[in-house]
Design a protein around this ligand. Structure first.
Ligand SMILES: [Zn+2]
Length: 257
């Protein structure tokens, strides 16, 4: 089935990843929710600051995220990463207008400042030492099996784009590959809130390099908050301060609008 879908993607001209109706990566209608401003989600989640989020995880956005994560449409990293940048920035400087369309040249750093290059190992990257005092963006880790199956770590790719975007706007953040899944974790899909919390309990460990850092913890979607809460626990256990959380989207239970 997956093979068939991939084959269709390969053979047919590119169609909007959200609706499949227009011959573009993402049509205006499907891209619009990703360009909104960020807001804190409504439902409180124990153990984490309320996540800031941009869009509702429903309709075409579900298809768009699946196309990026599971079906290898890596070009979607740009609009998704921009939305994540909006949410992260809101946690640092308060809500701003939506990021709208990425500006030309936005990836150029101000005054030659170091920008993490795509694919660079940012943890311990000498070029990022200048921003050691600033907050660090850490993402909820995918299981090793999921990374192998997908052939990439999709969230990492989005964080890279978001951090580059923020650097371009003069926001002194960096990123750190600080979290690891400790072992096998069952897929969270289809589990209740309580089952999700139990499923991920103790599942994540943080690298010591995060000690003493202020962390903005990010994920693509907040569902029950269990994955974010477990990641926050691991970060605190390693001596980090989790100052904020941010996601691209929130499920209806959490939606702030
Ligand atoms: Zn569309």
């Amino acid at each position: 089935m997956r093979f068939l879908r991939d084959l269709i993607d390969l053979l047919l001209p590119e169609q909007c990843a959200g609706c499949g109706q227009e011959p573009v990566l993402l049509c205006d209608t499907c891209a619009r929710p990703l360009r909104a401003s960020a807001r804190p989600v409504r439902a409180a989640t124990a153990g984490i600051p309320p996540p800031w989020t941009v869009a509702a995880y429903e309709g075409p956005l579900r298809t768009i995220l699946a196309a990026y994560k599971e079906r290898g449409r890596t070009a979607l990293a740009a609009p998704l990463g921009e939305a994540l940048a909006t949410a992260v920035q809101a946690t640092l400087t308060g809500p701003s207008k939506g990021t709208a369309v990425p500006q030309k040249g936005a990836a150029v750093s101000p005054k030659g400042a170091a920008v993490p290059s795509k694919g660079a190992s940012t943890a311990g990257d000498a070029r990022l030492e200048d921003v050691q005092a600033g907050p660090v963006v850490v993402w909820v880790p995918s299981g090793r099996g999921a990374v192998r199956r997908r052939g990439h770590d999709p969230l990492r790719g989005l964080v890279e784009i978001a951090v580059r975007r923020l650097w371009a706007e003069g926001v002194p953040v960096s990123m750190m590959d600080a979290l690891r899944q400790r072992g096998r974790v069952a897929d969270q899909v289809g589990l209740t809130a309580r089952q999700r919390a139990a499923n991920v309990q103790g599942a994540v460990e943080a690298r010591p390099c995060v000690a003493g850092r202020r962390v903005v913890l990010v994920d693509d979607v907040v569902t029950t908050g269990a994955s974010l809460a477990e990641a926050a626990r691991a970060l605190r256990a390693a001596g980090a301060e989790v100052t904020a959380t941010a996601t691209i989207a929130a499920t209806p239970r959490h939606r702030p609008w």
